[in-house]
Design a protein around this ligand. Sequence first.
Ligand SMILES: [Fe+2]
Ligand SMILES: [Fe+2]
Length: 294
Amino acid sequence: MSVRDREATAARLLRSSLDHSYEPAIDIDWDAPLAEDLWGIPQHRSSLYGTALWHDLTEEQRRTLTIHEVCAVARMGLWFEIILMQMLLRYAYDRDPRRPHIQYALTEIADECRHSIMFAKMTERYGVPDSAPRVRTHQLGRLFKTIGAGPAMFAGALIVEEILDQLQRESMRDETVQPLTRMVNQIHVTEEARHVRYAREELIRIMPKINRRQRAAARWSAARVAYVVARDLVHADVYASVGIDPAVGREAALANPHWQGTLRWSARKLVPFLREQGIIGGPAEILWQKAHLV
Ligand SMILES: [Fe+2]
Ligand SMILES: [Fe+2]
């Protein structure tokens, strides 16, 4: 990947934001009826797909589960967007706001703010309960959003953005998927492509300048984020929507080779890039393995 000058990249991203941005409150028809025979996500991306539990569900229950799953993944995205907004605000607080690079950071915060509302409204529209992160994840996020900076901030953003991008990009093109999901995904994929470019280039600029100790710290915090995101990508409560005990459903999903394959597939562009940058490697890689991302 070629890296431009920091300000030149930001100027280009700012122009693109003007040309291709959405206002979900207006651009999505929130009152459109939901389709009865369509899915929340492509069915082969369900966390239970291929398991005995999946086999025992009716077609309608399977569709219901995927509606809850798309909302759960969006909720994980929303959780991280709030963390990222806070990290980017602290980033901008310390820097010259006349620079395009900082104006783009502020633009990204505005994007994430609209995305979080969009994900919340989608969940509301589908009539799905809020699947807030587990207490430990919630508190880990509180720590990360308070102190996350530098390579850990940009790597963390990339982990969540690129995993969601893979899932959403496939789903937005799938005609078995609800139009609401597809439109939400199209908006998110379009705007996140710029965030990915911003974070990737910044990581390429930062990594050669940090010392060994800083790199080790960045590896551990990125691995921790990756582990939490992969393990909690689908909240256990989704299984209750089809009468499966949440603990039983979660255990089946984590042991499901098909779901493990989906996780690896979702990280297929992320992992080689982070490895090249030295963010994946060393003892922290064990967490990536346990998360089925490598
Ligand atoms: Fe977003
Ligand atoms: Fe983003």
